[in-house]
Design a protein around this ligand. Structure first.
Ligand SMILES: Cc1cc2nc3c(=O)[nH]c(=O)nc-3n(C[C@H](O)[C@H](O)[C@H](O)COP(=O)(O)OP(=O)(O)OC[C@H]3O[C@@H](n4cnc5c(N)ncnc54)[C@H](O)[C@@H]3O)c2cc1C
Length: 390
């Protein structure tokens, strides 16, 4: 692909098409009217509202890139990014549910499922079945391919044994893209992706984590005890699961970057509003240059993060190589989210430190951006490898 386009077709990265504006505005309205009133309670209880997940399906947010023939919206990756950003501006847990479902699970189906699997699963993914993506284990996080879950072929089924940890959407999901090894001695070349359904014998969703942030998003252990998975549920080729994992996570990272962008925006908007309302020394604190500069700095960093996120997503949609840009976007957007949400608390003063005001939650929610779908160190390793050609 050429790196340049003619002046006539080049347009600002943040310029949205009419369809994109309509799509974004619909989600924004939904997030304000339906999601925002539930955010505090969901965070306190650590449970995501079931009705909202149904709303995501009804709004077409769970099949953004799924072709219309399978009941999806036939949209582009960029729209998924817009959806994650807009939802996360109000609640990062809502953002990650839609993110994992679209950018990891649906994407894996779209790229690696065979025709029969697409016909069998895509209509459900677009209509009513929430997806989860199960790679990590207790002993394998950054070193994901050290996973221990085993898959043994017996007759026409694989028998899976092992445990997965930290699985987002586990409580809501009906279907899991789950990675196991068919041959531990083969290293990463034994890793295979399986489509596991919630009601398969030998499959259990285990303990739910009690977390610092994104508390309403379920993060659970998965237990596989002689779990029977039909051979026809192997996604892609046996032994090629590592490729599926690497490539889906490359895309997923842009989604997490969008989540962090939304989190930063949400906190910044609150801080801007509060600064204009709160009076000290006889005037709004936004009249003080010190506060103005903080708000300006936050806005600038958000804009830089947005450009990186949108560019990476548009590069992906254009079929260009995007791995470095995706890693950079996630690295930077998660740093911005942490800085901006922290400053937002400071702008709120003592009130910001309490749960009566919304900004402390944004700060807690920001922390995960540097950890999942590859820690910041792993993003730096990817970027360094691509920059230095190692
Ligand atoms: C809320 C939440 C949701 C999650 N959702 C999912 C999910 O849906 N599916 C899934 O499969 N996983 C999920 N994860 C797992 C997540 O992807 C891992 O936690 C993450 O990859 C880090 O792995 P780890 O926790 O084992 O940390 P480790 O890999 O043990 O890392 C610990 C520290 O060591 C550093 N480190 C490790 N290796 C290197 C290296 N080579 N160079 C430099 N530094 C290094 C890391 O950067 C980190 O700072 C989730 C985790 C959380 C907390």
């Amino acid at each position: 692909m050429p790196e340049t386009v003619s002046a006539a077709t080049a347009s600002p990265l943040t310029n949205l098409s009419e369809d994109e504006i309509l799509f974004r505005d619909n989600i924004r309205q939904f997030a304000e009217e339906k999601l925002r009133p539930l955010v505090k309670e969901m965070d306190e209880k650590g449970v995501f509202d079931k009705g909202l997940v149904q709303d995501f399906f009804q709004l077409g947010l769970m099949g953004i890139e799924i072709p219309e023939q399978f009941g999806g919206s036939g949209g582009r990756f960029f729209e998924a990014i817009l959806a994650v950003e807009e939802l996360s501006r109000v609640d990062a847990s809502a953002g990650v549910i839609v993110d994992v479902h679209n950018t990891l699970v649906n994407n894996a189906f779209l790229r690696w499922a065979n025709a029969e699997q697409k016909k069998r699963f895509l209509p459900r993914m677009a209509a009513d079945t929430c997806g989860a993506y199960a790679l990590s284990e207790a002993g394998s996080g950054s070193d994901a391919f050290a996973l221990q879950t085993k898959a043994e072929l017996k007759g026409s089924d694989y028998i899976l044994n092992g445990r997965k940890l930290w699985i987002t959407n586990a409580k809501e999901a009906g279907l899991f893209i789950l990675f196991a090894t068919v041959d531990p001695s083969a290293g990463y070349k034994g890793i295979t992706a399986f489509i596991v359904e919630k009601d398969f014998p030998g499959f259990t969703v285990g303990k739910k984590e009690d977390k610092l942030g994104i508390r309403a998003s379920s993060t659970c252990e998965l237990i596989l005890e002689d779990c029977k998975v039909p051979q026809s549920n192997v996604l892609g080729e046996v032994g090629k699961g590592y490729k599926i994992a690497i490539e889906t996570l490359n895309e997923g990272r842009i989604g997490i970057a969008a989540q962090m962008l939304g989190v930063a925006r949400g906190a910044w908007e609150y801080a801007c509003k509060y600064a204009q309302e709160r009076k000290q020394l006889g005037k709004a604190i936004s009249e003080f240059q010190g506060i103005q500069f903080q708000i300006a700095q936050m806005g600038t960093e958000i804009e830089a993060a947005r450009l990186m996120v949108y560019n990476a997503a548009r590069m992906k949609d254009a079929g260009m190589p995007f791995v470095k840009e995706a890693a950079m976007a996630k690295l930077f957007a998660s740093q911005v989210a942490e800085r901006v949400t922290s400053l937002a608390i400071e702008i709120y003063g003592g009130y910001g430190f309490t749960k009566d005001y919304p900004v402390e939650k944004y700060w807690r929610d920001a922390k995960i951006g540097k950890i999942y779908e590859g820690t910041s160190n792993m993003q730096l390793a990817t970027i360094a490898k691509l920059v230095l050609g190692k």
